[in-house]
Design a protein around this ligand. Structure first.
Ligand SMILES: [Zn+2]
Ligand SMILES: [Zn+2]
Length: 406
């Protein structure tokens, strides 16, 4: 996408920013749904700079949107084609996420720090018919917070810049928790078909890192079943469909043959279980499970308590690893193999060694279509998830968000 823009500078310091701070998709995430919300340029006194801030509809617009939404059956409208803001809002997906945000009766917040000491940026007026992005350097009516210099704006004129798509995720409180770079729009997203690899052996990718943005959007808790039922995993395991029919494990796998991070091919039953076919990738991580805090230490409860007691857990996350604590299996920590030497906490500890699961590809029969007229295979993140599974997923997302590094 190639777009003209504004640059912002200060006459007393070397501050430099641009209107690109509002570029991208901004989504509130709540209860398994997202709402693509509007934002504007703002000046944040806490960030001391020009930021993207939420743009919340007025109460009367929201009232009308609510009434329209109750009976709206048309397509999703875009802001540039629908001038009636209420009608535009009523046509959007995830309307109850917007309801939730408006129900909090909070002021719009800075989308950088989540704080409310932020005001919409008033841009200089341009003569009728002229474009703001053509303006010469013009002082703004506000001072640079913390510096006192005069902020000024300048249009890019003919200069345009291409930006890769980016999606930002926020809670209903307006606090950011995930950013997805280079992502296609969630609504247009299509998973690529898996590479054809009938005889390709298991890979050991060295640079795979969890994509938590994809987890937030498409993660799901499922049971994993095997041709040999002794390998079946009955507690739910978090997975993300990375390619069509190929699933990556994003949590402790409760398994004798599967780890966090494993990518496998499988058959999703359309609701809550995946029949395992074969392992495709086992990234180079060391897994330590069953670890408990040292004797005499009480087991922390809150996430913050864990990382203040054991700062290496936060570091594990930062280098692309993972950790979780469960009363059943204790503390599970995953560290990239090449970073292991930076974790003296694991010196002398033997990582878990699991066998590779047997391939089921040979013995797998094509599944008969049971319900006539219905598709027999479903994508993981399309319909077909039960309310309970969604709740479970939301609980896991909340857990994940609490773990994300700051
Ligand atoms: Zn300044
Ligand atoms: Zn801020």
């Amino acid at each position: 996408m190639s777009i003209p823009f504004l640059t912002f500078t200060c006459d007393s310091c070397d501050y430099y920013s641009s209107s690109f701070v509002t570029f991208g998709e901004f989504l509130w995430n709540y209860d398994g749904q997202t709402f693509n919300f509007d934002r504007q340029l703002g000046l944040c006194q806490d960030c001391k700079e020009i930021v993207a801030m939420e743009k919340l509809p007025d109460a009367d617009v929201m009232d009308r949107a609510r009434k329209l939404h109750a009976t709206y059956t048309g397509p999703r409208l875009f802001l540039f084609q629908e001038k009636d803001e209420a009608k535009y809002l009523a046509s959007q997906e995830g309307f109850n996420v917007l309801e939730r945000v408006m129900g909090l009766r909070r002021p719009p917040v800075c989308l950088k720090c989540g704080g409310s000491d932020v005001q919409p940026l008033v841009l200089p007026e341009v003569p009728n018919g002229a474009k703001g992005t053509d303006m010469a350097r013009t002082p703004l009516v506000v001072k640079h917070p913390g510096c006192g210099g005069q902020l000024q704006a300048k249009g890019s004129g003919g200069l345009r810049i291409s930006l890769a798509p980016v999606t930002y995720y926020f809670g209903v409180d307006g606090k950011a928790f995930a950013t997805l770079q280079n992502s296609p729009s969630p609504r247009e997203e299509k998973l690529p078909a898996p590479p054809r690899l009938p005889t390709k052996p298991l890979t050991r990718s060295q640079d795979w890192r969890p994509d938590w943005g994809a987890f937030v959007k498409r993660g799901k808790a499922v049971e994993i079943t095997f041709e040999d039922p002794k390998f079946n995993v009955s507690p739910k395991v978090d997975v993300v469909e990375e390619w069509e029919g190929c699933f990556r494990i994003f949590g402790f796998a409760f398994s004798d043959v599967l780890y966090w991070g494993d990518l496998f091919e499988g058959e999703f039953d359309g609701s809550s279980s995946i029949h395992f076919k074969r392992l495709l990738d086992r990234p180079e991580y060391s897994h330590f499970s069953g670890r408990l805090p040292p004797l005499g230490a009480s087991v922390p409860h809150a996430h913050g308590e864990w990382i203040s007691k054991f700062p290496y857990l936060q570091r594990a996350f930062q280098v692309g690893g993972y950790w979780e604590y469960n009363a059943l299996f204790g503390l599970y920590v995953v560290i990239p193999e090449k970073c292991l030497s930076d974790f003296p906490e694991f010196e002398g500890h033997t990582p878990d060694t699991l066998n590779e699961p047997p391939d089921n590809v040979e013995i797998l029969k094509p599944q008969p279509v049971i319900h006539e007229g219905r598709i027999s295979t479903r994508r993981l993140y399309s319909s077909g998830s039960s309310v309970a599974a969604d709740k479970d997923r939301n609980r896991r997302i909340r857990k994940l968000i609490s773990k994300m590094p700051d």
